[in-house]
Design a protein around this ligand. Structure first.
Ligand SMILES: [Zn+2]
Length: 280
């Protein structure tokens, strides 16, 4: 059996400062160690439960956060950004997926680093009329490939909202409780590790019991994107199939979830390009 893990940073325990999030940040070394410990613990627990292959997609920022030398032999590590199907690259063919270090969607209160996919460009993302977190976006794409999400470890507010509502079969492991955007309370790392091991055990039990199922979205897919600025919507509108709704909002229809995801990726890259051009 093959398991897939997508790792983000903002929902990991102890990650509260912007200095944790960037390669040149003063606390980036600490963040890398935390990310590596969490992923390694989950991979080991999955291996003990019978998964002989674990694909880990390092999925935050430049996507080179995990320390490769710490990975066990049965892990394959996906690194680097940008890449097609970004946070779920190389998931196809897996039997189950886990999200670690995930955070709540943009605009959520009491949630560390609330944002959706790109804090620099995206204010709101809707799939078929539902406002989604990046967790939910990724879960829909995995679902379209037949892969169920079995565990989500991250910010408590994400687990209480999108995970509970859309993938109630997934085990939630709350790594942090946030009183505000830049603060959180987390258990000790030894406790976090036992929570992950216990969570993986329960999640695999539910998978084997047939409770976990792929999350599906109706196709064709309607996608609505509200950017932070109108120049980003100006760039998006250059694509002939994109409709402009208002200054900051565009919408489009895609044949499949994967097509929707790929176009959305392109729009965020275009928004980053516009930002680079206008601030030069
Ligand atoms: Zn991130």
């Amino acid at each position: 059996m093959r398991a897939f893990i997508s790792l983000d940073l903002e929902g990991l325990p102890y990650i509260v400062s912007r200095e944790h999030l960037f390669v040149k940040g003063a606390l980036y070394g600490e963040a890398r160690k935390i990310a590596t410990e969490v992923v390694k613990t989950a991979a080991e627990a999955l291996h003990e439960k019978g998964f002989d292959e674990v694909i880990v997609a390092d999925s935050h920022g430049p996507m080179v956060n995990i320390l490769p030398e710490a990975m066990p032999e049965y892990v394959e590590l996906v690194r680097g950004f940008p890449r097609p199907t970004s946070m779920v690259a190389f998931a196809r063919g897996s039997d189950a997926a886990l999200f670690l270090g995930y955070h709540a969607k943009a605009g959520t209160n009491r949630a560390t680093f609330d944002h959706t996919y790109s804090g620099a460009s995206i204010d709101r993302l809707e799939i078929n009329g539902v406002e989604v977190s990046e967790f939910l976006l990724n879960a829909y794409l995995l679902g379209s490939w037949g892969i169920p999400v079995i565990l989500v470890g991250g910010d408590r507010r994400l687990i209480e909202t999108d995970v509970r509502e859309f993938t109630p079969w997934a085990v939630g492991v709350p790594f942090k409780e946030s009183p505000s955007r830049y603060a959180a309370k987390s258990p000790a790392m030894t406790k976090i590790k036992s929570m992950i091991r216990e969570g993986v055990s329960r999640a695999v039990g539910r998978l084997e019991g047939g409770e976990a199922r792929p999350l599906t979205a109706e196709e064709p897919v309607r996608v609505k994107v509200r950017f932070l600025r109108s120049d980003m919507a100006d760039a998006a509108e250059l694509l002939p199939f994109i409709n402009r709704i208002d200054g900051k909002t565009v919408e489009f229809e895609a044949k499949t979830v994967e097509e929707a995801y790929r176009v959305f990726e392109l729009l965020t890259l275009a928004a980053a390009g516009v930002s680079a051009v206008v601030t030069r």
